[in-house]
Write a protein of this length. Sequence first.
Length: 172
Amino acid sequence: MAVSLVVTADTHLPKRARDLPHSLWAAIDAADLVVHAGDWVDVALLDLLEARSRRLLAVHGNNDHGPLRERLPEVARAEVEGLRIAVVHETGAATGRERRCAARFPDTDVLFFGHSHIPWDTVAPSGGMPSGLRLVNPGSPTDRRRQPHGTFVTAVADAGALTGVTFHPVPR
């Protein structure tokens, strides 16, 4: 049975915004699984997402301290409809990212990550061919940095595959 996902990261509440965008809350309410790849900043958002999500898979980021680090791991893993998912905040520099992550997460089909605030969707090469490890960064819905707009991702996990990956722009 297909599982709908919403993926976000780098929300930085309440420093970058007072709340998540309405479109992201609507996606969260509709999703079977919510993934947050760190940099929450305030534990209040974690409490809200735990209350509103059917299921939450989340990690802490480099800007998360205190209760966030106590309640969230550095790396989270789950198998969803045959799809092996890992979540981490930081993956290092963009150069060499796919190879590094393929070596670090050999038993993973999809790695969701954050930190850069830059939307990303690639497949790691292995011997010149794709290894199968897909790397997805949803960007940030609240702090677009050098991007034209904030973003979050929706997708579907079904029969061991991630499909329907859509980057949703968040209006300024």
